[in-house]
Design a protein around this ligand. Structure first.
Ligand SMILES: [Mg+2]
Length: 437
């Protein structure tokens, strides 16, 4: 079996006006659907970051992909990652300032991941096995996800005649956030809760977590992620205020920037007997970051993500490394559709050492934008089941894919820019300032 075709489908999907320390989500998020065709007539699929940059990177990989045996993933990774980006390495850890998907340090891993996942889908289809069973066999048949909550403005995403229904309304205070959470849990059955913070002043975000704890009780672990919006001082103060509320399986995610800052927060909380663990998808973005994070005790939980860690096998490697080093493992997410959701589910299923429910933006997207044949992937009791089908277990709906491509052609932007959206719709003078508080 050899790869004979690489098809790239840039698409746009409606996205509600969600807030984070990066700014505001645009009315449409960008994604790319990848198809690999083979001599045997099989097609493997994957989903990755959208816009011009990821598309150009995949296009540049074409010569390494065509004619390749999809089983030879080691060789594919070596050919894509051989060239190092000296400028990016010299620039250091830029994830603090860039949205995931734009970190030059993991650009080759992102490109490889999109191709690896499509190759695993092909291999699964060729041998008649689900992807997680190609990776040594699954550790679980279903994967738990968390309720991923955002402060948001009114609106369901999209614009004009292509606007989506706003299920949750405006959510800019603790009371509205409790309502949003209740709605999302009623619909999906999640058992863990993640709040995207770094949006309102820390006192209001602390009050939001406290309101969620009062409403749902200690059997729903809580996590808050302000994306580095806080100083070390503020991070310690919030950690102190939320010690009880984040206990029982919760965590504080990237409260401040860089391993050194996180280590300082950890030292000061521990000195007070506060064991709240710190999680990161910003200070730790590749395997080489993990030993330092552990040595400094800066991060106790690493957030994996097959899209930028380099695919499913790298996530499995990360999981094993975290197990050896005594670190926890969770999973990061970006706005995505069902193909990505299945890749994340297979990755999580193949990681014995997964210690938390994974993040997913899936509840923020709609059936109108889904490109998976048969529509939205169901959640039962907060979990996604591994389908009894070969490969990722999902196929493309080509009419829906064509609609996604049309939407992409209509919108003017080719890159995510939450800061520009924020200036356009909320505050003309807004800038991302780190730390803001
Ligand atoms: Mg995060």
């Amino acid at each position: 079996m050899y790869i004979t075709g690489l098809k790239l489908h840039p698409i746009a999907i409606a996205d509600p006006p969600l807030r984070s320390s990066y700014g505001l989500h645009a009315p449409f998020a960008l994604r790319t659907i990848v198809e690999l065709e083979t001599t045997g007539g099989l097609t493997g699929i994957s989903e990755t970051y959208g816009g011009d940059g990821p598309l150009a990177a995949l296009e540049a990989a074409r010569e390494h992909v065509l004619g390749r045996d999809p089983f030879q993933l080691t060789g594919l990774m070596a050919s894509l990652t051989a060239e190092t980006d000296a400028a990016a390495v010299a620039g250091g850890r830029t994830q603090t300032y860039l949205v995931p998907g734009e970190n030059p340090l993991d650009r080759h891993m992102r490109t490889f991941a999109a191709l690896e996942i499509a190759c695993l889908d092909l291999i699964g289809k060729a041998v008649g096995k689900p992807v997680c069973d190609l990776l040594g066999g699954r550790a679980r048949d279903q994967v738990a996800f968390s309720a991923y909550l955002f402060y948001k403005h009114a609106g369901g995403g999209g614009v004009g005649g292509d606007a989506r229904h706003d299920e949750y309304g405006e959510v800019l205070d603790p009371t509205a956030m409790v309502r949003e959470t209740r709605q999302m849990i009623a619909q999906y059955g999640f058992h863990e809760i993640k709040l995207k913070g770094g949006v309102l002043d820390p006192a209001t975000e602390v009050a939001t977590i406290q309101a969620l704890r009062r409403e749902f009780g200690p059997s729903f672990p809580l996590r808050i992620d302000p994306n580095c919006a806080w100083s070390v001082e503020t991070s310690v103060a919030v950690g102190r205020a939320l010690q009880e509320d984040l206990s029982g399986g919760g965590y504080l995610e990237d409260p401040c920037a860089a391993l050194e800052g996180m280590a300082e927060v950890r030292r000061r909380l521990m000195a007070e007997g506060n064991l709240t663990p710190l999680a990161s998808n910003v200070a730790v973005t590749c395997l080489a970051d993990v030993p330092a994070a552990q040595r400094l005790d800066a991060v106790q939980i690493v957030l994996s993500d097959p899209h930028y860690w380099g695919g499913l096998r790298q996530v499995q490697t990360l999981g094993n490394l975290c197990g050896v080093l005594g670190l926890g493992l969770s999973m990061h997410s970006n706005s995505h559709l069902g193909v990505s959701l299945m890749a994340m589910t297979h990755a999580a299923a193949a990681c014995p050492h997964l210690t938390y429910a994974c993040d997913t933006h899936y509840p923020w997207q709609t059936a109108q934008d889904e490109v998976v044949a048969g529509g939205r992937i169901p959640f039962v009791n907060g979990c996604v089941q591994i389908p009894a089908k070969p490969g990722l277990g999902v196929d493309l709906d080509y009419d829906q894919l064509a609609r996604g491509r049309e939407r992409y052609q209509k919108i003017p932007y080719r890159k995510r820019d939450d800061e520009a959206e924020m200036r356009m719709h909320v505050d003309p003078d807004w800038k991302r300032i780190l730390p803001r508080w």
